[in-house]
Ligand binder design. Structure first.
Ligand SMILES: Cc1cc2nc3c(=O)[nH]c(=O)nc-3n(C[C@H](O)[C@H](O)[C@H](O)COP(=O)(O)OP(=O)(O)OC[C@H]3O[C@@H](n4cnc5c(N)ncnc54)[C@H](O)[C@@H]3O)c2cc1C
Length: 500
């Protein structure tokens, strides 16, 4: 194997720092490990939140029990067909899908747009394929080469004539998605933080309506609600999403001089990290490198050390990041609910994320679109039984597609956690393994499809399953998940990490 150390070394002078955001990745690491307020916050956010598996059924039963005598309240101009909470890729896609179907859609976002989001901004084929018609990707770079290393050693670069995947800046990409939803007819309100949703009680005029309560006490009404409020989701807590895997990602946006930028142009680096399941990346975006690491939550200090070592090893310590941040990623258990009554969840809010790579943009775009389409049906439903049928159809669509992908991803993560060297040797030394990586990133194949159609891949994974017991619905070792995570999404610590 050829070594490529040195090709990443940067100049020795320090670039001037721009205004740094409050907090750092280091603080995020500490915060995520300590987690002091988790129970209290979860309780206060959703006092009536039923987190049982049967959440859909309970709310539907409530609705039926109230009967048809509430029907008089319908068709009010003050009731939106669909309210979407959160204007990331999942929410923008949901709003677009519901607006294109001709419904009155309100998209609520707590931040002003464009807003920063801790993310590598890697756009793989399935993300590209899920964009609305006419959407032009604001690509910062096109990836044609990947350097793989194993905790800094055995570096080898694989190249491809065809583009493997694209790189975008999230503020720009997300804002553009929201513009598409607005052009389709959705109304956007920024600076609107949703604190809870209510499906019964005094704020709810009838049983076909959901009350969405905002920070200032204002309430908006909807026939259906889509929760797309990210990994610290309040709507996810209401629905009762349970987690099987929680990881902490640390990331820095590092401006570099042209000579360094040129060295990275069209090439990313993926480093299989020192802790089980961890890895690091360098994603070039013109004059800035997005550098990050991710590992199971609970190892904040080690994750921070990995980030520092990684940056130093790349010769980038001399450059001052404009932004250093941390954020949790969370994967659902596969028996977790995706709806409760007239409320659906998608994207990170639903814990929909590729467990091995923690790729989530394509999951957000795909589940967001489905949530928007099925929310239209939920909004049209005249009774609880029909609303529940439509919500379950949404859940089936997710489980048959992304759910299957996630199951394979969990198995891959289990192998990677135990045998990172095996994976590195395969992807850098065996052409079929590299071709599989290239096909998946380009979107011409999926991990799930490959395991289904390729007998050798299936048998190898089955053999590893038997040895490692990876086929359960939770993460390989329940990684990064506390007992409290398992019973309710926690709205505070991801949020805190995001703000750091
Ligand atoms: C370090 C790191 C690197 C990553 N790199 C990649 C990558 O390269 N490629 C990839 O595909 N995925 C990546 N991911 C995952 C990806 O960022 C997420 O999966 C994706 O952002 C999910 O989109 P979403 O729309 O569900 O949530 P988000 O993008 O988080 O959007 C949620 C929105 O909801 C808003 N919101 C939150 N709470 C409220 C509220 N109460 N009221 C109103 N609005 C609210 C937020 O402000 C936000 O705008 C990475 C994640 C991390 C942590």
């Amino acid at each position: 194997m050829s070594s490529e150390h040195g090709e990443n070394a940067g100049p020795e002078h320090t670039e001037p720092a721009e205004a740094a955001p409050e907090g750092t990745g280091a603080e995020a690491a500490k915060e995520a490990d300590q987690d002091p307020n988790r129970d209290a916050a979860a309780t206060s956010v959703e006092a009536d939140g039923d987190t049982s598996v049967d959440a859909d059924r309970d709310a539907a039963g409530d609705e039926a029990a109230h009967g048809a005598d509430d029907d008089a309240a319908d068709e009010s101009a003050d009731v939106w067909d669909v309210v979407v909470v959160g204007a990331g890729p999942a929410g923008a896609s949901a709003a677009y899908a519901a607006a294109v179907a001709g419904r009155r859609v309100l998209l609520l976002e707590k931040s002003e747009l464009p807003r920063y989001k801790t993310c590598g901004g890697g756009i793989i084929g399935p993300s590209r394929d899920s964009l609305p018609p006419g959407f032009e990707l604001p690509l910062q770079d096109r990836v044609h080469a990947v350097t793989f290393s194993l905790d800094g050693r055995f570096a080898r670069t694989r190249r491809s004539r065809r583009m493997l995947f694209g790189l975008i800046n999230r503020p720009e990409f997300d804002a553009q998605l929201v513009e598409h939803a607005q052009k389709a007819g959705a109304e956007l309100r920024t600076g609107a933080t949703v604190v809870r949703v209510e499906q019964h009680g005094p704020a709810v005029p009838d049983r076909r309506t959901v009350a969405v309560v905002l920070g200032g006490g204002e309430t908006v009404l909807a026939r259906a609600v889509v929760g797309a409020d990210g990994s610290a989701s309040r709507i996810g807590a209401h629905v009762g999403v349970r987690l099987g895997q929680v990881d902490l990602g640390l990331e820095a946006e590092i401006p570099v001089p042209p000579s360094v930028a040129e060295d990275w142009k069209g090439r990313v680096l993926i480093d299989w990290g020192p802790m089980p399941g961890s890895y690091g990346w360098v994603f070039p975006k013109g004059d800035t490198l997005t550098v990050g690491v991710i590992s199971a939550r609970g190892e904040g200090a080690a994750t921070k050390r990995y980030m520092e070592d990684f940056v130093a090893r790349l010769g980038l310590s001399g450059f001052e990041p404009t932004i250093s941040s941390g954020h949790l990623t969370r994967c659902r258990t596969d028996d977790s609910p995706l709806s409760r009554g007239r409320v659906l969840v998608c994207g990170d809010a639903a814990g929909l994320l590729e467990p091995w790579t923690r790729e989530g943009i394509s999951y957000a775009l795909r589940s967001g679109r489905l949530a928007g389409e099925w929310a239209v049906r939920v909004a049209e439903a005249n009774d609880a039984v029909d609303a529940r049928r439509q919500a379950l159809n949404y859940a089936f669509a997710i489980k048959a597609g992304l759910g299957v992908e996630m199951a394979v991803g969990r198995r891959m993560l289990a192998v990677f956690e135990r045998r990172p060297g095996l994976l590195h040797a395969a992807i850098t030394g065996l052409r079929p393994a590299w071709n599989a990586f290239a096909d998946i990133t380009r979107g011409s194949a999926t991990l799930g499809g490959m395991v289904r159609s390729n007998g050798l891949a299936r048998r190898a994974l089955e053999a590893l399953d038997r040895r490692m017991d990876t086929s359960s619905g939770v993460g390989p070792a329940g990684r990064g998940v506390t007992q409290r995570d398992r019973t309710a999404s926690d709205p505070t610590d991801g949020e805190a990490a995001e703000e750091l």
